[in-house]
Structure formats: C-alpha cells, structure tokens
Design a protein around this ligand. Structure first.
Ligand code: F6P
Length: 349
C-alpha cells in the first residue's frame, strides 16, 4: 500500500491539528502509512538541513496528543517557490521518491492551487479548507472561522462593557484579509452598531454621520467593527490634512489604521474619546471550537477515504451543515455571495 502525506499551509487555523489527527486515525484504520510534511509545501522542497525537519512519519500517539491544541503541529508557511513550475516538479519528485502516493493539503485558496498543480503532475491530492477568513466561497465553513468569530465575539462583548462604563465609542478591527465574514458575523452576534467590510464601499464621513445618529439617540458606547481589509474599500479621504488641522500630528502618506480612524471619528463627532482595539492574532491561536473540531474530524476522514478509493483533485467543504466534496477547479471558480441583508440589518438599526 502506498503512503499518504499531509501538510498544513498558509496562515495557521484552529482545527488544523484536529484534521491531522483525523487523517492519522483514518490512515491507521485503513493500514496506510502516514507522513507529515512540515511547513507547508516548503517541506517538499527539502530546504532543511535534516530530512526530519522537512517530514516525519506521523504516529497516531503523537497526533492524538495535539488534536485539541490550536496552531499546527506540522508548522505552516506560505511557499513562494510553488509559483514556479520547476519547484512544483521538484516537490512531485520528492513525493514519488518518498513513496507518497496521495497528499492531503489543509489550507486556503493558494494552497489549493498548489494541490491542483500537483494533481496535474500525477500526485493525487485532496484539499481541506483551513483558514480563519472563510474566504472560500464553495464551502459555508472553513476550519478556524467559527473559532475566530468566537474570539472576536468575546473581545467585542468585553469592549462593550468597558465602553458603556466610560460612555465612549470603540473601533474594533478583526482579521479576514479581503473577506468581511468574521467582522459581519461578530458584529451581528454582539449587537454592534456599525460594521465596515471590504465588500461594500464606504466613506469616513458617512460612518461619522451614522455614529452621530447613535450618539444623538444616547448610545454613547457604539461599537464600530471593521474588517482588516475594509480600508481598501474606503472612499478617498485626506487623513493627513484632516488630522493635522484638528490638532493631531499625522505623517504624510501614513496608512489609515483602526487607531487613526478612531481619532478621526472622535474629532468629526465632537467626542472626548473614541478608543480602538485590534483583536489580531488571538483569533488564530485559540483552542478550536466544537464546530471547527467536528468539521475537521469529518473532513480528515473523508480525505483519506477518497485517496484510498483512488479519487483525487477534490476539495472538501460543508453545505447546509453536510460535508461534501467537489473538484478543486470548480470549487475555486465559485463566486462569493456577500450577505448584504445581514450587513444592512447591522448598519440600519
Ligand atoms: O489568512 C489568515 C490571516 O490571518 C488573515 O486574516 C490575515 O490577513 C493574514 O492571515 C495574516 O498573515 P500573517 O500571518 O502572514 O501575518
């Protein structure tokens, strides 16, 4: 029987270890030896001084111990070399030399493109969606997203408590790259008054007006949840001139940030204080939620079953709460539907 390889790639996401554990359990069930490849596709490029640093035989014992831990035991990385055909061929040859006849790739869209290339080079691959961003439109859930949202919800609830005590609005920035899903779900779950996402164009003046409406209603602790990618959807605003003419030193060309945005809103709305918090990497480093762990477990098992049955070039996803699989190519072409109704609900209340 051939061996199976497993790797985690891109940003780490809660649930990656649980998926690896499930792959290991399933491989053991079918009597298939399993190799863990370290630091994403880098492990296949054999860059490390010792082979053990690039890959290790995965014992079920080891993996069971780390199953509930956040982060990824296998380590992860973004592998620029994989953009070049010569390195992809190198990786395919490494897999063949190691007797690895199938690969489970846990990661986001970049990682899936890598898997698709390996399939074209004759290496059967199955992808499991692992990214907190939830930016893979073919699936309603990616590993880590549910946990990341819960981290943001906890943070926003705590922030709203202190904001209420001080009667001051708060800007909270959450992750998600170009996707506003974490921000939107966290905002709706906490009753935040304003949410700003990369999918909808917005202006500073309009947000200031909306904040003013909240303040006029007596809601002095309004929360403005912003997705980290929302700045790319912002109408042009001369932050340098605005802040410098309102008594706050700002450098020309300085990028806008949650902190700067809070300063602008404070001045535009005539507030004494508007504070800001960036939730940041705590979203990635939390223990996986039950939902993420359960999905990881089902997905890991299905991935091994597919490889065992000679089915390749597929990614696993969730639709209407059920786990399914689909070809990588089709999955990557799925268009994203932004939940505009939910966005309007948050912003119009
Ligand atoms: O893709 C997951 C993610 O956490 C994004 O939300 C964020 O933009 C990015 O990774 C941060 O990447 P890095 O770990 O390279 O700073």
């Amino acid at each position: 029987m051939f061996k199976i390889g497993v790797l985690t790639s891109g940003g780490d996401a809660p649930g990656m270890n649980a998926a690896v554990m499930s792959v290991a359990k399933s491989a053991a069930l079918y009597g298939i030896p399993l190799v863990g490849i370290k630091r994403g596709y880098n492990g296949l490029l054999r860059k490390s001084a010792s082979l053990y640093d690039d890959m290790e035989e995965l014992r079920l014992d080891t993996v069971l111990d780390i199953a509930d831990l956040p982060g990824t035991y296998l380590r992860t990385a973004r592998c620029k070399e994989f953009m070049e055909p010569k390195w992809r061929e190198f990786a395919a040859n490494t897999l063949r030399e190691m007797g690895i006849g199938g690969l489970v790739v846990i990661g986001g869209d970049g990682s899936f493109h890598g898997a698709e290339f390996l399939c074209q080079l004759g290496i059967p691959c199955i992808g499991i969606p692992g990214t907190i961003d939830n930016d893979l439109p073919y699936t309603e859930l990616t590993l880590g997203y549910d946990t990341a949202v819960n981290v943001c919800v906890d943070a926003i609830r705590a922030i709203r408590a202190t904001s209420r005590s001080h009667d001051r609005p708060h800007v909270v920035e959450v992750m998600g790259r170009h996707c506003g899903d974490i921000a939107l779900t966290a905002a709706v779950s906490t009753g935040a008054e304003i949410v700003i996402v990369p999918e909808v164009r917005w202006s500073v003046e309009d947000v200031a007006q909306r904040l003013n409406r909240q303040l006029n209603k007596g809601n002095t602790r309004a929360t403005i949840v912003v997705a980290e990618g929302c700045w790319e959807a912002m109408e042009p605003f001369d932050m340098y001139n605005f802040l410098n003419s309102h008594g706050k030193k700002c450098f020309e060309g300085e990028p806008i940030s949650a902190n700067r945005f809070a300063s602008i809103l404070k001045r535009m709305c005539g507030m004494v204080e508007v504070r800001s918090t960036v939730v940041g990497y705590t979203q990635r480093g939390e223990t996986p939620s039950a939902r993420d762990s359960a999905f990881a477990f089902e997905a890991g098992h299905l991935a091994v079953r597919l490889l065992r049955d000679g089915i390749s070039n597929q990614v696993i996803g969730m639709h209407n709460g059920k786990v399914f699989y689909q070809s990588i190519g089709e999955a990557l072409q799925t268009k994203r539907e932004f939940r505009r109704g939910l966005y309007d609900l948050v912003n119009n209340m």
